[in-house]
Design a binder for this molecule. Structure first.
Ligand code: SF4
Length: 242
């Protein structure tokens, strides 16, 4: 009996230490849901909803390992409606990571971020400031597509953002470029507008963050293209700084 109690306490301690490494001082406790009893052991492991036992993805050392462990995630309802899980693409040791908000229709079909019209625009602008797509890393806050390309819900961001945090912990880039407001708001835990965040350089766990327009927003409003290009030039300057 004593052994069992000790094991439970050890597991709980390990869980809290891992949560602290992911979220700092904020302790995030799992929600108990009525559907929990219907989850398979694999789903439980992915979602980390077994209190006292940290999900195994938390200990991932590489992006491939992390992806393999979370690709069947159904922690939020988007897991049931997606066509493909969209993890991220690019150089796993990149010093710059571009983050969008969520996969769109084309990304959902192909399982890769930024492959639609917005992705083509991003490629073109990255090339024009001297970034090759294969030397950067690109991902989203959400790994599954919100239906109809609606904005991510706070509950979806809460469920999915620990995966983004883990990706960034593994890559350890020098610079993070937030494409749109959701990535920067999520990482800095702020509700400030993109307009007020743009033009500043923030620090997050030793990494720099800048925020700019999402290429999809630029497709809808061409006057922002010049500003996005300006911000990407700034990103290149920071990337080249020693
Ligand atoms: S959006 Fe994230 S949390 Fe929701 S099911 Fe997909 S991977 Fe899981």
């Amino acid at each position: 009996m004593k052994k069992e109690v000790k094991k439970i306490l050890d597991d709980a301690k390990r869980y809290l230490i891992q949560q602290e490494s992911l979220f700092g001082d904020e302790i995030i406790l799992p929600k108990q849901s009525s559907s929990e009893q219907e989850q398979s052991p694999v789903e439980k492991d992915v979602s980390g909803e077994q209190f006292g036992v940290a999900p195994s993805w938390v200990e991932s050392k590489t992006l491939d390992e992390l992806e393999a462990k979370i690709k069947n995630c159904v922690k939020c309802p988007l897991g049931k409606t997606r066509t493909n899980f969209v993890f991220g693409v690019g150089n796993h040791k990149s010093e710059v990571v571009f983050i969008g908000e969520a996969p769109g229709a084309e990304e959902d079909l192909q399982g890769e971020p930024f492959v639609g019209r917005a992705g083509q625009l991003l490629n073109q602008l990255l090339a024009s400031v001297g970034f090759r797509r294969d030397e950067v890393y690109i991902c989203n806050v959400l790994k599954c597509r919100p239906p109809g390309n609606r904005d991510p819900l706070p509950s979806e961001i809460e469920a999915c953002s620990p995966y983004l945090v883990k990706q960034l912990e593994i890559i350890k880039p020098k610079l993070i470029v937030s494409l749109g407001r959701f990535p920067v708001q999520t990482l800095l835990k702020t509700s400030a507008s993109l307009g007020s965040l743009r033009g500043q350089v923030f620090e997050w766990r030793g990494m720099k963050i800048i925020a700019t327009y999402h290429p999809a927003a630029v497709l809808r409003n061409q006057q922002w293209k010049r500003l996005l290009l300006e911000d990407l030039r700034r990103a290149k300057e920071i990337f080249l700084q020693k």
